[in-house]
Ligand binder design. Structure first.
Ligand SMILES: CC(C)(COP(=O)(O)OP(=O)(O)OC[C@H]1O[C@@H](n2cnc3c(N)ncnc32)[C@H](O)[C@@H]1OP(=O)(O)O)[C@@H](O)C(=O)NCCC(=O)NCCS
Length: 216
C-alpha cells in the first residue's frame, strides 16, 4: 500500500540526542477513506473509530516502509497497545481530524509515547482534575499552555504503559517544561516511577495541533 504523499501534512526526523532520532508523521484521518488495511477492523466499530484505526495503520506502514521494515500486520495486544515489529518502538495518536505516528529504533530508545490534540482543546473546567498546582501556575503564567501539559501526560503514560501495564492518573504525575522540552516525575511510588523520571519529552505545534512525544 502506498501513501499518497499530498496527504502527509508533516513528516520529520527529530534528532533527540547525538545518537537518537524519532520519526514523526502526521496526516488527515481522511487518508483512510475507501482504503482497506491488512489488520482486522472491528465489525461493530463506529465509522469514526474504523477511520482512525485504519489511518494509524496506513501511516505507520508508510513510515515503517521508509525504514525498509517488513512485517505482516501491526496488531493491537489485549490492552490496545500496537505490537511493533522487532527493532522498532512506536506510538500512534489520533485527534478528531488527524492521525500521528512516532517511530524509533528500539536499540536506541526503550519506549516511546505520543499524543496529539487540537490546540486549546482542554476545557478550563477540567483543569483541576488534570493539573497540579505547579502546572496550573505555569499555565496561568503563560509559560506553557494547558493542551501541551495534557498531551505531555498522555504521551508519557503511553510510553511507559507497554512495559509496566500500570494505570495512573493525571494527578499522579507532574510535568515540568523548559521551553518546548519537558521532564516528568510521579507523585506517588509506581512501578513506572523510574522510567518516568529517566525519560524526556518534547512538544511541538503542527497545523493547529499540539504533538507531544516522550521517550526513555
Ligand atoms: C491510551 C490513552 C492514554 C489514550 O488513548 P486515546 O484517548 O484513545 O488517545 P490516542 O488517540 O492518543 O491514542 C490511541 C492509540 O494509542 C495506542 N494505545 C492504546 N492504549 C494504549 C496504552 N495503554 N499504552 C500505549 N498505547 C496505547 C493505540 O495505538 C491507540 O490507537 P489504535 O487503537 O487506533 O491503535 C487513554 O485511552 C487511556 O488509557 N487513559 C488511561 C490513563 C490516563 O489517561 N492517565 C492519565 C495520563 S497520566
Amino acid at each position: 500500500m502506498r501513501l499518497r504523499k499530498k496527504s502527509i501534512s508533516f513528516y520529520d526526523e527529530l534528532r533527540v540526542s547525538d545518537q537518537e532520532s524519532i520519526s514523526l508523521g502526521f496526516c488527515d484521518l481522511d487518508i483512510a477513506n475507501g482504503i482497506d488495511v491488512r489488520e482486522p477492523v472491528g465489525e461493530r466499530w463506529a465509522p469514526k473509530r474504523r477511520l482512525e484505526f485504519k489511518a494509524g495503520r496506513i501511516l505507520a506502514r508508510a513510515m515503517l516502509g521508509a525504514r525498509n521494515c517488513s512485517y505482516a500486520m501491526l496488531l493491537p495486544d489485549i490492552d490496545r497497545v500496537p505490537l511493533w515489529p522487532d527493532g522498532i518502538v512506536g506510538s500512534i495518536s489520533h485527534s478528531s481530524r488527524r492521525v500521528c505516528v512516532a517511530l524509533a529504533d528500539s536499540d536506541k530508545i526503550r519506549c516511546l509515547g505520543l499524543d496529539t490534540e487540537p490546540v486549546n482543546s482542554v476545557a478550563e473546567e477540567l483543569h483541576a482534575m488534570l493539573f497540579n498546582t505547579a502546572e496550573l501556575l505555569a499555565i496561568r503564567s503563560g509559560t506553557v499552555n494547558s493542551t501541551e501539559v495534557f498531551c505531555a501526560k498522555e504521551a508519557l503514560y503511553k510510553a511507559v504503559y507497554p512495559e509496566h501495564r500500570e494505570f495512573f492518573d493525571f494527578l499522579d504525575v507532574s510535568v515540568e517544561f523548559d521551553g518546548r522540552s519537558f521532564t516528568a516525575r510521579t507523585l506517588k511510588p509506581l512501578h513506572s516511577s523510574k522510567a518516568v523520571l529517566s525519560g524526556y519529552g518534547r512538544c511541538q505545534v503542527y497545523d493547529n495541533h499540539c504533538v507531544a512525544i516522550f521517550w526513555v
